[in-house]
Design a protein around this ligand. Structure first.
Ligand SMILES: Nc1ncnc2c1ncn2[C@@H]1O[C@H](COP(=O)(O)OP(=O)(O)OP(=O)(O)O)[C@@H](O)[C@H]1O
Ligand SMILES: [Mg+2]
Length: 153
């Protein structure tokens, strides 16, 4: 039997519920513990679903001291963490990928970096070989969110 998206249920797929921003941050921290330099995390879900909130928890757990804010207008923020750099990209405003954008992306992903990418559409194919987990966040009324994690083997 296959799941709604055609994939086999079970393998690599985890689903968790969050009842508020703190729980989503904690999930980000738990997720971060399973990442290695070179990994890319794709984050999908509607506006306000909690993508940046999850990255905040992850970046803090990785040792980033600076406050994690949304990079919507900057496209990318980077944080120095413990032995790794955290890159946080938000490509909501990026319609397509120009040459300059590709260079920016390569710069951001160069070296020991763990990258979190919100609205990854334009770069999904490009970063595919480095994707470790896809995270999908959904509103479920009020502060409740459903979070699906699909880990790559
Ligand atoms: N369970 C929850 N998990 C995460 N955020 C929550 C939750 N409940 C309420 N919130 C609130 O929802 C908002 C989530 O904002 P956040 O910037 O993380 O979303 P986003 O998915 O990154 O949106 P965008 O696509 O605009 O970047 C915050 O104001 C946060 O406090
Ligand atoms: Mg965001």
């Amino acid at each position: 039997m296959s799941g709604p998206d055609g994939s086999e249920p079970g393998a690599g797929h985890e689903q968790v519920a969050s009842d508020g921003p703190a729980a989503t941050e904690a999930l980000g921290a738990a997720l971060a513990a399973r990442l290695r330099p070179g990994d890319v995390v794709l984050l999908r879900g509607d506006l306000g679903a909690g993508k940046t909130t999850l990255v905040r928890g992850a970046a803090r757990a990785l040792g980033a001291a600076a406050p994690v804010t949304s990079p919507t207008f900057a496209l990318a923020h980077r944080y120095d963490a413990d032995g790794v750099r955290v890159a946080h990209l938000d490509l909501y405003r990026l319609a397509g990928l120009g040459e300059e954008d590709e260079e920016l992306l390569e710069d951001e992903l160069d070296g020991p970096v763990i990258a979190f990418v919100e609205w990854p559409g334009p770069v999904a194919a490009l970063v595919e070989p480095r994707v470790r987990v896809e995270v999908d966040l959904r509103h479920e009324g009020g502060d409740r969110r459903r979070i699906d994690l699909r880990w790559r083997s």
